[in-house]
Design a protein around this ligand. Structure first.
Ligand SMILES: O=C(O)CCC(=O)C(=O)O
Ligand SMILES: [Fe+2]
Length: 353
């Protein structure tokens, strides 16, 4: 990527501030009570901490999470090698309108190009999804992993890494369920045919970091995101108390966890999916790896029964996760000229957020 093309330039109100607020960052939570010692008292404390972090921030970091460092180092090294190849080699496995998996260098967020390139894959080599966003269309389509020839170790590194991160994601799902007063396995059945997607992100140095963003402001549409970021930094989270953008300081071997839109709906707004974005910088490239923990495409997302009653009625109408996801994806290929689909479109009394 050379000089900044007009397509990357953010509207003035969304341009990043070069003065960065790092004050009092997102909560850091030590998972050792569930990973290493299984102490019921300590687990109860942990459940409380996670509940507060989900409520107050929608974001937190975890340490002592059980994912072996070696698996992260392997995938990071292979990702670096993959992205270092010439564009024409990477484009051999380019994702397209039919298959969401593979390499992509022209992603947009809210119709502005992101300063990044990505490689997407799923846990299983094929994933069933709806063929189109049309609610009447019952046809299914298949996404298929496209592994590059080079580097040959990328595939194994990705597979081994995601098996470990999935264990962490399931632990967190259980802890979050408990923090809502639900049984630990309350959400597990939705993930039987999960549509989890893992992304390798590469943000090259950008000549005008004050005009463009690595990823424009957005909320993650799935249930939960487990993110690894390298030491460069750039992720910013919109603080709920005052709407300020707060930098998430890189912490070695920690994972960043955020509540996605589906968890917001399941919890009937007890927890909120929070806006975030990525700043780029002019001299350093950055790598990150989000694991988007998503249920089966046929999941109908609706506030869980146990959390609604007459005083606290459901705030959302049920919607299909698969249709939501395919709608979002399509907007990357067709310039729809409107904002992407959002959960507020399913609000019982629609408010714009
Ligand atoms: O690179 C990052 O730190 C975050 C990326 C992100 O928010 C996303 O891909 O949804
Ligand atoms: Fe995100």
């Amino acid at each position: 990527m050379g000089e900044v093309d007009q397509a990357f330039i953010q509207d003035p109100e969304h341009r990043p501030k070069l003065s960065i607020i790092e004050a009092e960052g997102i909560p850091s939570i030590d998972l050792s009570p569930v990973i290493f010692i299984s102490d019921p008292k300590a687990i109860e404390g942990l459940v409380g901490e996670i509940g507060n972090a989900c409520k107050d921030w929608g974001f937190f970091q975890v340490i002592n999470h059980g994912v072996p460092l070696e698996k992260l180092q392997n995938i990071e090294a292979a990702a670096k090698e993959f992205f270092a190849q010439p564009l024409e080699d990477k484009r051999k496995i380019r994702r397209d309108e039919k298959n969401a998996l593979g390499y992509f260098d022209t992603e947009s967020t809210k119709n502005i190009r992101d300063w990044k390139e990505v490689f997407d894959f799923t846990m299983e080599d094929t994933t069933l999804v709806p063929a189109s966003p049309d609610p009447e269309d019952k046809e299914e389509a298949t996404w298929t992993n496209q592994w590059p020839e080079h580097p040959p170790e990328l595939r194994q590194a990705c597979e081994e890494y995601t098996r470990e991160v999935e264990k962490l994601a399931l632990k967190l799902l259980g802890l979050i369920a408990r923090s809502l007063g639900l049984p630990e396995n309350r959400f597990n059945s939705y993930f039987k045919d999960q549509s989890t997607r893992i992304r390798l992100n590469h943000y090259p140095p950008c000549p005008s970091p004050q005009l463009a963003l690595g990823v424009g402001r957005h909320k993650d549409g799935g249930a939960l995101t487990v993110l690894a970021q390298d030491e460069v930094g750039g992720l910013e989270v919109k603080r709920k108390t005052d709407g300020e953008w707060i930098r998430v300081r890189p912490t070695p071997n920690a994972y960043i966890i955020n509540v996605g839109d589906i968890m917001q709906v399941w919890s009937n707004d007890r927890y909120e999916s929070v806006e975030h974005r990525v700043m780029v910088n002019s001299d350093k490239e950055r790598f990150s790896i989000p694991f988007f923990f998503n249920p089966a495409h046929y999941t109908i997302v609706t506030p869980v029964e146990e959390l609604i009653n007459e005083q606290n009625p459901a705030k959302y109408r049920p919607y299909s996760w698969g249709k939501f996801m395919t709608h979002r994806r399509l907007s990357n290929f067709k310039k729809l000229g409107v904002d992407n689909i959002q959960i507020h479109h399913f609000r019982v009394c629609e408010q714009v957020d």
